[in-house]
Design a protein around this ligand. Structure first.
Ligand SMILES: [Zn+2]
Ligand SMILES: [Zn+2]
Length: 257
């Protein structure tokens, strides 16, 4: 299993994942040109991709989905609810490349287990991904609050991609209008650094090798603060774990297990 977060934040999100030699994108919230350039920077060949999986219809997750699908003849996996409200933004998708997510599904032997998360889109899902080699990962980058369902899917994985969106004090004092602060803090908004750290501790097991912190806000958080807060939470429980922040404008390392 190989993974790199190609970029993450309110201006775009996309994660490259290769499971047993089968590569995918989870979300494509940048222009096709940007995503192809970032994959080239990692030495990856975009024409090898097998599919794009979509978590929800917000623009920072789907901006490049339609163009990449047309350019690379890529299937899109999306919930019917998300497709209904994003069809015009995605543009024309070849019928054979439009695959609706109704439940768990396989692509070339890779198991994808979608799970619902609370966020202010029509429907938002995260994914647990299982390879035939026994490696597992879970990803969710827009979570208003975490539930038993989310904890279940993040348990017993080798890699996590999880958001650490805001610091509560910075959110309160930043220049956002009141309604936006309420939205971010609400159960349909985003996860704070502290909550992210607690979720990781709740799901920790010795096989967990790596956590990427995603969707870090530029206005109500800093990359250093997200990392420090999560590390403090982990250390308070005696957990030693590799944690890396995903940036908006650059790729993370291509981590392999
Ligand atoms: Zn969103
Ligand atoms: Zn988002």
């Amino acid at each position: 299993m190989k993974i790199s977060v190609l970029g993450s934040g309110s201006e775009g999100n996309s994660t490259y994942l290769d499971v047993c030699g089968i590569p995918f994108l989870i979300d494509a919230g940048f222009s096709a040109k940007t995503l192809i350039g970032r994959m080239h920077n990692l030495g990856l060949n975009p024409s090898m991709l097998k599919a794009i999986l979509v978590t929800h219809e917000h623009n920072d997750h789907i901006r490049g989905v339609g163009i990449l699908s047309r350019k690379l003849n890529l299937p899109i996996y999306i919930t019917p609810e998300s497709y209904r409200v994003s069809a015009s933004c995605l543009g024309k998708i070849a019928p054979e490349n439009l695959r609706f997510i109704e439940g768990e599904f396989d692509i070339e032997g890779v198991r994808f287990i979608p799970f619902n998360v609370s966020h202010d889109a029509v429907r938002t899902i995260g994914f647990r991904v299982e390879g035939s080699n026994g490696k597992r990962m879970a990803i969710s980058t827009d979570i208003g609050c975490y539930t038993e369902e989310i904890l279940t899917h993040f348990t017993n994985v080798d890699i996590m991609v999880l958001e650490a969106n805001y610091n509560f004090d910075m959110l309160q004092s930043c220049g956002y209008p009141y309604y936006l602060k309420q939205r971010i803090h609400s159960e349909q908004g985003h996860l704070s650094n502290e909550d992210s750290g607690r979720l990781i501790c709740s799901c920790y097991h010795p096989n967990l090798k790596k956590v990427f912190l995603a969707h870090v806000s530029k206005n109500s958080n800093t990359y250093d603060l997200a990392l420090a807060t999560v590390r403090t939470e982990l250390e308070s429980k005696g957990i030693k774990l590799e944690v890396e922040v995903a940036y908006q404008d650059t790729v993370t390392e291509l981590f392999a297990i």
